[in-house]
Design a protein around this ligand. Structure first.
Ligand code: 13P
Length: 253
């Protein structure tokens, strides 16, 4: 049985003080959570302080990206050792906003995934199609390229440590959520792509989150789908109440 993983991607929201306050609220609310893995991804600037807040709690730390190089002249970037030192367990890789605005490609996703796994951390690998791609009937080919690209030269053992987040770009931050069926259909095909690479057992073990306008109202329906093992949540993760409602929807299943 796959366990649910509910992760809040705070993106470029919340100052350090606001991040600490929100993390404290989430720690408090999730004290009774036992089955669901809860992860929060603040900005780099707030990550170390948030790590202190969540120490010993049911909440785990993620960061929103890393560079694939160990160190050096890469202005504005953060290495995997830096985020490991402060206690991050997960790293979000290949978010559509990185792909869209910051030149992320399937090749750089693969380099980052390797770097994260090499450091003993776990990548949350984001994939998903744009509306134009979906309308043009390219859903399957886009997801295939993204999955094959991300997992190039990754061993089966390492693949098992990864999480995939299926985030249709047209659903992110738009309030237009994929229907339960749309999300399930896409995520089922993602799982069969993983099965082609690593076999059925690995594909059944890897968790696939849904992301894109997930909220307290639609979470239960999405999480009830066979191939939806959690959520990667933006807007609705910025308030403890709504984020916790989604965690509860997973915990109750
Ligand atoms: P929203 O939940 O704000 O649509 O964002 C989803 C997302 O991009 C999470 O990574």
């Amino acid at each position: 049985m796959r366990s649910y993983i509910i992760a809040g991607n705070w993106k470029m929201n919340k100052t350090v003080a606001e991040s600490v306050a929100l993390a404290k609220e989430i720690v408090e609310k999730t004290k009774g959570i036992s089955k669901t893995e809860v992860v929060i991804a603040p900005t780099y600037l707030a990550a170390a302080k948030v790590a202190d807040v969540i120490k010993g709690s049911n909440v785990k730390l993620a960061v929103q990206d890393i560079h694939w190089k160990d160190q050096g002249a890469f202005t504005g970037k953060v290495s995997v050792d830096m985020v490991k030192e402060i206690g991050a367990e997960y790293v979000i890789i290949g978010h559509s906003e990185q792909r869209q605005y910051f030149h992320e490609t399937d090749e750089t996703v693969n380099l980052k995934v390797k770097k994260v796994l090499g450091a003993g951390l776990k990548p949350i690998i984001c994939i998903g199609e744009t509306l134009d791609e979906r309308k043009a009937g390219k859903l399957e080919s886009v997801l295939t390229a993204q999955v094959e690209g991300a997992y190039k030269d990754i061993s089966n053992g390492d693949a098992l440590k990864t999480v995939i987040a299926y985030e249709p770009v047209w659903a992110i931050g738009t309030g237009v959520v994929a229907t339960d069926d749309q999300a399930q259909e896409a995520q089922k095909s993602v799982r069969s792509l993983v099965a082609k690479l690593y076999g059925e057992a690995t594909a059944e073990a890897i968790r696939i989150q849904y992301g894109g306008s997930m909220n307290a109202g639609n979470a239960a329906g999405l999480l009830a789908q066979n191939d939806i093992d959690g959520g990667l949540i933006g807007g609705a993760s910025l308030k403890a109440d709504t984020f916790f409602s989604i965690i509860e929807a997973a915990e109750k299943r």
